[in-house]
Design a protein. Structure first.
Length: 227
């Protein structure tokens, strides 16, 4: 995916989960942050960021903050809506007979439902923007919703679905994502339980620039090789 009408800025501060202050040229602008996670290791004062102008007169903010530059990584996409968009495009290029987003099963809404012949599939997508010592971690803030979805995948796998937990790595040079047990131990436990029930974990590596994001390689956690 490619963003349009982008502009560079310098990060100042984050007022809350949804808005931040950014210097654009010689003015300070309040912008929308397209990620409600903490992003504390990325959104530092003075960090170079890229914003997309949104032409919506009813919006209080004119810009969305979509990416930030980190010296050790390069550009990191922090748009939490981007992973589902690029995964949908990727799935539609595979040989599934059906690809359906936002699929309700039990009391959860799973990101994707697919069919191939008689086999039914479910995939839950998580975006990873947290890197520590060359490893990706998820989540960077507690996620009860994430646990709920893993438990739903576990149950579905036991009922015959082929289930995937797919981590979209929104930065380059990272090939593995581990559960961030220091932040949310229960998520790590739920992920392990899901894997033991047959849920497959995928790492979706990305090619990232300041204004583009696309899947560049896919690896199964137990596999060790990126095609």
């Amino acid at each position: 995916m490619k963003y349009n009408n982008t502009i560079h800025g310098s990060f100042c501060s984050r007022k809350n989960r949804f808005v931040a202050e950014v210097m654009i040229e010689d003015r300070q602008e309040t912008v929308h942050v397209k990620n409600t996670s903490r992003c504390r290791e990325l959104l530092l004062p003075g960090a170079e960021v890229v914003l997309e102008r949104v032409d919506n007169p009813s919006r209080k903010t004119k810009y969305d903050l979509i990416s930030v530059y980190k010296e050790s990584l390069g550009w990191v996409n922090i748009d939490s809506q981007a992973p589902n968009k690029i995964v949908r495009a990727w799935l539609e290029e595979q040989d599934y007979d059906v690809v359906r987003p936002e699929y309700t099963i039990g009391d959860s809404r799973i990101d994707f439902y697919m069919e191939k012949g008689d086999q039914k599939y479910l995939m839950e997508v998580k975006g990873c923007t947290l890197e520590i010592d060359g490893i990706g971690y998820f989540p960077d803030a507690p996620t009860e919703r994430g646990i709920k979805h893993l438990r739903e995948l576990k149950k579905a796998a036991q009922e015959g679905y082929q289930c995937y937990a797919a981590f979209v790595i929104q930065m380059e040079g990272i090939t593995e994502v581990r559960p961030n047990i220091e932040t949310h131990k229960e998520f790590g436990e739920a992920l392990e339980e899901a894997e033991n029930a047959g849920v497959k974990v995928l790492y979706l590596g990305c090619a990232v620039t300041e204004d583009t994001l696309e899947i560049a390689g896919v690896r199964e956690a137990a596999d060790g090789n990126i095609p």
